[in-house]
Design a binder for this molecule. Structure first.
Ligand SMILES: Nc1nc2c(ncn2[C@@H]2O[C@H](COP(=O)(O)OP(=O)(O)O[C@H]3O[C@H](CO)[C@@H](O)[C@H](O)[C@@H]3O)[C@@H](O)[C@H]2O)c(=O)[nH]1
Ligand SMILES: [Mg+2]
Length: 262
């Protein structure tokens, strides 16, 4: 990272990893995050929000805490599967950094899109002093566009046609009705200023996957600055997606609710 874009010594990045049955993925994600931050000399912590996964994810998280330190890997479990949106809300209570990163814990989001490649969330945030930077699968350009961030891959790999249509349809619906001006509303690879995400979350009502979209729509209506960087989303190798029909119905209801209120 050029020195003009370096994080300040007091910057700390808190990564919230929501997990449900991610025993096999969690060690790789945490290792990649640790390598990404430590090679750049950046303060970091990971908050694992596990919803009573039956596969032993919590035991793996505890072992990771002994390897990396209990101030680096922090397990904040919940009693049952209470939904992706509320997992972020729960995790946020324990973040001590001035920036919060959310990403999936199944290896679909690669930590290289935070710092290591030319097109990264942290670099874009520093360049434009943004409140939020969101990874986009549906654009190849950074926004605001800057040569320093450069073109990225912006794409999805490994999904079947049905899943691609669900994702595109969800974005089309919210973009058409709510016009937030962000190319990927449902993606969850994002960087926030901690005070900004706390403010937005205090106004959010969603519990499930719809949460990602609600955050961006509310951020825009509150006047927060939102940037984008293209990312590649690669479908998981281990385990299964937790996206259900109920989540899709919840999303449609969420769009309709925001259409009335925002
Ligand atoms: N704690 C907790 N974690 C959950 C829950 N549901 C899902 N997760 C975790 O949330 C992450 C994403 O879940 P997946 O089930 O792998 O999502 P996906 O189908 O790959 O969906 C991706 O695309 C969606 C639509 O674009 C995105 O909304 C979603 O965030 C993700 O990027 C994973 O780390 C998973 O363990 C839950 O109820 N509780
Ligand atoms: Mg996934």
């Amino acid at each position: 990272m050029p020195s003009s874009l370096a994080t300040t010594g007091s910057d700390k990045y808190s990564v919230i990893l929501p997990t449900y049955n991610e025993r096999r993925n969690l060690p790789i994600i945490v290792w990649l995050l640790a390598r990404t931050f430590e090679t750049s000399g950046i303060s970091w912590e990971v908050i694992v929000v596990d919803d009573a996964s039956p596969d032993g994810t919590q035991e793996v998280a505890r072992q990771l805490a002994t390897v990396y330190g209990e101030d680096r890997v922090i397990l904040k479990p919940r009693a049952g599967k209470l939904g992706l949106g509320t997992a972020y809300v729960h995790g946020l209570n324990f973040c001590t950094g001035n920036f919060v990163i959310i990403m999936d814990a199944d290896f679909s989001h690669h930590s290289s899109f935070l710092l290591r490649t030319p097109s990264t969330d942290i670099r874009q945030q520093k360049l434009h002093n943004l409140d939020i930077v969101t990874g986009t699968r549906y654009s190849s350009y950074s926004k605001p566009f800057s040569k320093d961030v450069g073109l990225g891959p912006g794409g999805v790999h490994g999904w079947d046609l049905k899943r691609k249509l669900v994702s595109r349809g969800a974005n089309f619906l919210a973009d058409t009705l709510l016009r937030p001006g962000v190319s990927d509303l449902t993606g969850s690879f994002r960087l926030y200023r901690t005070n900004v995400i706390k403010d937005i979350i205090s106004r959010c009502t969603s519990k499930g996957y719809v949460f990602q979209m609600e955050i961006i729509v509310r951020a825009r209506s509150l006047g927060y600055t939102v940037g984008e960087v293209p990312i590649t989303f690669v479908d998981r190798i281990f385990g299964e997606s937790k996206l259900s029909g109920n989540e899709i119905v919840g999303y449609a209801k969420g769009v309709a609710g925001l259409w009335w209120t925002v």
